[in-house]
Design a protein around this ligand. Structure first.
Ligand SMILES: Cc1cc2nc3c(=O)[nH]c(=O)nc-3n(C[C@H](O)[C@H](O)[C@H](O)COP(=O)(O)OP(=O)(O)OC[C@H]3O[C@@H](n4cnc5c(N)ncnc54)[C@H](O)[C@@H]3O)c2cc1C
Length: 102
């Protein structure tokens, strides 16, 4: 056991205040955890606050339901095709599908 003393403690520390970290902070609050969000700049929102404000999730189930044709291959082309980081594209596909389901 450490002898360190803290003024405050939290169950969850979210570093940054963009969409990713804010979503994780909200999720942890919903689970009843105490949360602090740390932002290094004087403004909250990060890149997210400058974005188009829509979720870009290629080949998602809502598009399929509406009959909109899309594919992961098309999104990979947008990410740079064969020059892009293919393993990261595959990770993006999988995690975006999960986050949309959530
Ligand atoms: C012009 C533009 C338009 C876009 N439009 C869209 C769109 O329409 N749809 C879409 O899906 N995507 C869009 N994107 C991409 C999307 O905005 C980003 O992928 C997304 O916002 C990244 O979110 P994030 O939470 O990972 O990072 P960020 O939103 O960048 O948040 C990271 C935060 O962490 C902070 N931080 C970093 N290091 C530290 C540290 N050591 N300590 C404390 N804080 C720290 C930063 O200051 C920042 O606030 C767009 C991007 C741009 C630039």
């Amino acid at each position: 056991m450490s002898n360190l003393e803290f003024d405050e403690t939290f169950d969850f520390i979210s570093v940054g205040s963009g969409g990713g970290s804010m979503c994780s902070a909200l999720l942890m609050r919903r689970l009843g955890k105490s949360v602090v969000v740390l932002e290094k700049t004087g403004l909250i929102g990060g890149t997210t606050s400058r974005s188009g404000g829509v979720m870009w999730i290629p080949n998602n189930r809502f598009m399929k339901e509406e009959g909109v044709e899309d594919s992961y291959e098309k999104s990979h082309d947008l990410h740079g095709g064969n020059r892009g980081p293919v393993d990261r594209c595959a990770g993006y596909d999988a995690s975006q599908t999960q986050s949309l389901r959530y």
